[in-house]
Ligand binder design. Structure first.
Ligand SMILES: C[S@@+](CC[C@H](N)C(=O)[O-])C[C@H]1O[C@@H](n2cnc3c(N)ncnc32)[C@H](O)[C@@H]1O
Length: 430
């Protein structure tokens, strides 16, 4: 028998098996799909991402229709079918018919086509009524993250963060300095945010096809991700290290300011992307492939940006696989790595030099906890808190310590932003 064509629904089931069954990231899972048409691949990605975003809700919808749990691939197919019906506006005919066809192509799938057909028809008949009375934010958030956010931010804010994860995020761009924001906003159909980033609503054209991509007028970077380098405020000619730098969004910002930048990245294949991205933008930086925790530069730096590896729970809107691939133990392991990197960052700064520490996690152990541990451990660092004037439109995101704490629930009317923690310190001794 010929191998059945890789349809969007078959690909979506394969993506869900990779993420939910093997704890691979959605990006890794997408990279291992066989060659298929860009449109089909895009739809498979959308279906899988929607299932991951709304997994708890979808399972609650399906549960009453299932007497016993079917094998995993069939369960993924049911979730994918229900996501199309309830969240993606796919016609019932296509959602049911194509999903059943995908189940038929699974090993031993034939035995489950009747079940999938019957269940999805019932979901289709109930329509959005199936969602009534379900607590989406709670159902779609794993217990450990829900508890962590409750403890860190309180019940209302934790719920608002979880609710923000249900929506696809907008696309934010950072303009190269000197480019006219109003003119580019008009050309791109974007708005200019108070922090200077340009924002396009979800559903925009492919990034490569947007005006300004080819000539390197801007790069893709969430509005919150643009803040750490801006808050380091490098001056032309300063020697600046960017630790943990790939794919290089922050390296580009630092280089664009006229600083002399050294970007340090441990993964060689990711380090290569820094050079590619800078070349498109007509910017340059020295790229060093090294473990930033052990790297010794020839001379100390005027300023260091440390964008440390983290659980990335601030980026769940963009990466809905995160709640399903991360585990509570990851927080402690990454916090230990962050401690070592902070110590290394302090070591390579000249006396009086500035350090900006950033993570795209909303777990307190990786943010304010990391800075508190660094200060308590006796590193030669002094807090250099942010002032409201440095963060237009984000004054409420400044913590009592003077750090920046964004979450996806900020700027709800503008479309939110990634969750970042940012702190600034200076090296003692000047
Ligand atoms: C949060 S991402 C950095 C994003 C980047 N700063 C940007 O703005 O585009 C973390 C990066 O750190 C790298 N990394 C993790 N641990 C590292 C270490 N000890 N030394 C150097 N790079 C490291 C990872 O390979 C990954 O590329």
């Amino acid at each position: 028998m010929a191998t059945p064509r890789m349809t969007p629904r078959r690909a979506a089931i394969a993506l869900l098996e990779s993420v939910l069954g093997r704890r691979r990231t959605l990006e890794e899972a997408l990279a291992s799909l066989p060659a298929m048409e860009a449109r089909d691949r895009g739809f498979a990605h959308l279906i899988a991402a929607t299932v991951l975003r709304r997994l708890g809700t979808l399972d609650a919808v399906l549960e009453p229709f299932l007497r016993r749990a079917p094998p995993d691939p069939v369960r993924h197919a049911l979730r994918a079918g229900a996501a199309q019906l309830l969240f993606l506006g796919t016609s019932a005919h296509a959602a049911v018919g194509e999903t059943v066809a995908a189940v038929r192509a699974l090993p031993k799938g034939q035995a489950f086509t009747g079940l999938v057909n019957a269940v999805l028809r019932r979901v289709a008949a109930t329509g959005e009524g199936a969602l009534e009375g379900l607590d989406g934010p709670r159902l779609d958030t794993p217990e450990w993250l829900w508890r962590s956010w409750h403890a860190a931010y309180g019940a209302g804010a934790a719920r608002a963060i979880a609710a923000a994860h249900a929506a696809e995020p907008p696309l934010d761009l950072t303009l190269k300095p000197g480019e006219d924001a109003a003119r580019w906003a008009e050309r791109l159909g974007a708005t200019v945010l108070p922090t200077g980033s340009l924002r396009l609503p979800p559903g925009h054209a492919a990034v490569r096809d947007l005006p300004g991509f080819a000539e390197g007028a801007w790069w893709v970077q969430d509005a919150a991700a643009a803040l750490p380098a801006a808050l380091l405020a490098p001056r032309p000619g300063e020697r600046v290290a960017d630790l943990c730098a790939a794919p290089g969004g922050k390296t580009a910002q630092l280089a664009a300011s006229g600083a002399v930048v050294t970007a340090v990245e441990r993964a060689p294949e990711r380090a290569a992307r820094i050079g590619e991205n800078l070349a498109r933008l007509g910017l340059s930086a020295e790229v060093v492939v090294a473990d930033a925790a052990a790297w010794t530069p020839p001379a100390p730096f005027d300023a260091v940006l440390l964008d440390a590896p983290c659980t990335a729970t601030g980026t769940i809107r963009r990466h809905p696989d995160i709640p399903h691939v991360k585990r509570p133990g990851d927080v402690a392991a990454l916090a230990a790595a962050q401690d070592a990197l902070l110590a290394a960052a302090a070591r390579i700064l000249r006396p009086g030099g500035r350090l900006v520490y950033a993570v795209c996690s909303i777990e307190p152990e990786e943010g304010k906890g990391a800075v508190a541990r660094a200060l308590a451990s006796g590193l030669p660092l002094i807090p250099a808190p942010f002032s409201p004037g440095e963060l237009p439109g984000l004054e409420e995101a400044i913590t009592p310590e003077g750090w920046l704490r964004t979450t996806p629930a900020l700027w709800p009317d503008r479309g939110g932003m990634d969750g970042f923690f940012v702190a600034r310190l200076t090296r003692k001794g000047e």
